[in-house]
Unconditional design. Structure first.
Length: 144
């Protein structure tokens, strides 16, 4: 592990994740947490679909944004918070399936800004399909 990485980043990320009411409502759970990478899963829930029964684009974006945010946060100092400052999403195919996995990975970590890539996969039985991709910029807010 890089010497500047907070050795307690996993506890800090899990604690922040547990406070995310939106993610709790979506039934999201942490699937992978390591320095610079974060995956979460969420089940299909008809309450979060659009008119055709696909996961709503806003929810697709929320899941990827959270995965990217926590990937970035894992590399930030202990006394900090993370916020999204910009992202772009490409919706590649309808998000339909029994469950979903959002992946976030740090592409370039900086002292203030971190650029990440996100992906959302739909999972039906054991078949996975890439539904959406994101490029996101996160900012490190240092606590005073």
């Amino acid at each position: 592990m890089h010497p500047s990485i907070d050795p307690n980043f996993k506890t800090r990320v899990r604690d922040s994740f547990s406070k995310q009411e939106m993610l709790t409502s979506l039934g999201a759970e942490i699937a992978l947490l390591k320095a610079g990478e974060f995956h979460l899963t969420a089940p299909y829930d008809a309450r979060f679909t659009q008119q055709d029964g696909f996961l709503h684009a806003g929810i697709v974006t929320t899941l990827m944004d959270s995965a990217c945010g926590y990937a970035a946060y894992s590399l930030m100092p202990a006394a900090s918070r993370v916020l999204s400052v910009e992202f772009k999403v490409n919706l590649l195919s309808p998000a339909r399936g029994q469950r979903f996995r959002a992946e976030g990975r740090v592409i370039k970590h900086g002292r203030t800004l971190t650029v990440c890539e996100g992906k959302l996969f739909s999972i039906e039985k054991e078949e996975e399909s890439l539904c959406a991709i994101m490029q996101a910029t996160m900012i490190c807010i240092r606590d005073r």
